[in-house]
Design a binder for this molecule. Structure first.
Ligand SMILES: Nc1ncnc2c1ncn2[C@@H]1O[C@H](COP(=O)(O)OP(=O)(O)OP(=O)(O)O)[C@@H](O)[C@H]1O
Ligand SMILES: [Mg+2]
Length: 471
């Protein structure tokens, strides 16, 4: 019988082909592994064992396949009896292209499975592999970016059933369904950031990024690059390759412009262009990028006064002021105090409760730091008190400088005989700043916002007056 004739016997050819197939794949593959019907390894070649960090294949025998090959799907093949002809398998080195087949006995029962790792023989797949690896990398970095940008809040976090709170919530909810800019106005600690996140999360852009940029917290010289990104080659060093700005990162999502009142004038003009033309250029580039962001801005400073002082552009103000939401200070919504206190203590996982006098005292404080201050006070009181019922004494100790509601001026300075104007003024400045810092738990940014000052201005004043930043 010559070869051609022998190939006419189909059954025989089939068996020969099966044998050749197995041998070729087995010899040229990066690894082969066989499992029994319980997906325990019964055989593995040495090369594959080494790839998974074993001294020798013997160490793998009898072990569940996943304990040796993390993420192995051989158990699924045994369970379903269906092959997985082509798949990617991550390994400690590079990913492998794998093929997994069920093994049947003569009666057709699945008695195990065999897995081949085909990587080396599939060089032709390398462009595809490269793409796969690039995609994996991109996915990992997008995931970590998203994690970093995950928002914490939705409307359920905005506690309060006072008329003022309900009105704020109603307006904020309505703004979620439109694309117009929202302007959140309110003192420090009133919940502007919370509302911005809640609006984003209730909007059609919820599954995209929420990116915030705080004009008060970033030095003026860096703000533009932070905002618009930089073109490749525009800078030396780490930024040589170019860097995406917040506007690009927020594409498709929401850009939260915090402390917009502190935005430098040149940047205000550029922001106006983004709002009007929906386009921008990265720093050092002539490329025009189309922008698709929904803008939510917030400020604790009086923008109309800033316009009068020439510090804020009127045209930008009108652009942003489409849906203004005035978030009331805590002293104007004291009805919310019991619910807020309860929610905050619960969030702090504290078992503490306020007795009725303590709650009454909370209602007499002017809360210049608003809900953030309330939070700080309750946290401090709960920390300091072993008794689970917080009393007036606990709250007084935690509040620090108590400011009764009627008194609007936070600091009064008695005249001192023969004191010069500048010495008295310095004394007043020091007391004012120290009080603000104390009320904001030492946080300079918060104290600056409360005093209506830029952060750097407050720092300069602190240095001049010799007030140290608390550690
Ligand atoms: N209505 C509310 N219900 C529950 N918690 C609130 C509410 N409003 C604010 N908070 C809490 O108060 C703190 C301050 O809120 P947020 O940061 O949103 O204030 P803000 O207005 O952005 O302040 P700033 O102007 O200082 O940046 C946060 O811990 C927030 O969770
Ligand atoms: Mg804020």
């Amino acid at each position: 019988m010559n070869t051609t004739e022998s190939l006419k016997d189909y059954q025989r050819v089939r068996l020969l082909a099966i044998r050749s197939l197995f041998e070729i794949i087995e010899q040229s593959s990066e690894g082969t592994v066989i499992v029994d019907r319980d997906a325990n390894i019964v055989w593995m070649n040495e090369r594959y064992a080494k790839r998974f960090g074993l001294q020798s294949a013997e160490g793998a025998i009898g072990k569940a396949c996943e304990s040796v090959i993390p993420g192995s799907l051989l158990r699924e093949v045994v369970r379903t009896g269906r092959p997985i002809l082509l798949d990617m398998q991550d390994t400690p080195k590079e990913p492998l292209v794998v093929m997994r087949l069920p093994i049947h006995d003569d009666a057709g029962e699945v008695i195990g499975a065999i897995g081949f790792a085909l990587f080396d023989e599939l060089r032709s797949l390398s462009p595809m592999l490269k793409r796969y690896m690039n995609m994996q990398e991109e996915l990992a970095s997008t995931r970590s970016l998203l994690r970093a940008r995950q928002t914490k809040y939705n409307f359920a976090h905005f506690i309060g059933t006072s008329a003022a709170s309900l009105e704020v919530k109603r307006r904020a909810r309505r703004s979620a369904s439109t694309e117009s800019p929202v302007l959140l106005l309110g003192e420090t600690g009133t919940g502007k950031e919370l509302l911005a996140q809640a609006i984003h999360n209730a909007s059609p852009r919820a599954h995209k990024a929420f990116v915030s940029i705080n004009s008060a917290a970033i030095p003026e010289s860096l703000l533009e690059a932070e905002f618009f990104g930089t073109a490749p080659g525009a800078f030396t060093g780490a930024d040589r390759k170019g860097r995406a700005g917040k506007l690009q990162i927020a594409q498709g999502g929401t850009l939260f412009l915090d402390e917009i009142g502190d935005m430098p004038l040149p940047l205000q003009s550029k922001l106006l262009r983004v709002l009007q033309e929906k386009e921008f250029e990265p720093v050092g580039s002539n490329d025009v990028i189309q922008s698709d962001v929904r803008v939510i801005a917030a400020t604790s400073t009086d923008l109309e006064a800033a316009i009068k002082r020439g510090e804020f552009r009127a045209d930008l103000y009108y652009r942003l002021n489409v849906l203004p939401i005035q978030v009331p200070p805590l002293r104007d919504r004291l009805d919310d105090l019991p619910a807020l206190s309860e929610a905050i203590l619960e969030e702090l996982r504290s078992q503490h409760e306020l007795n009725s006098e303590a709650l009454e005292l909370l209602g007499q404080h002017a809360w210049p730091g608003n809900i953030r201050e309330l939070r700080n006070v309750l946290e401090r009181a709960a920390l300091l008190s072993d008794d689970l019922r917080l009393t007036v004494a606990d709250i007084r100790a935690a509040i620090g400088t108590f400011m009764p509601m009627e008194r609007t001026a936070p600091v009064t300075v008695e005249a001192v005989e023969h004191e010069t104007f500048s010495a008295a003024r310095e004394r007043f400045d020091r007391q004012l700043i120290e009080t603000a810092l104390a009320q904001c738990g030492g946080k300079v940014i918060e104290a600056a916002a409360r005093l209506g000052l830029g952060r750097s201005t407050l720092y300069k004043k602190m240095v001049a007056l010799g007030i140290a930043e608390s550690p």
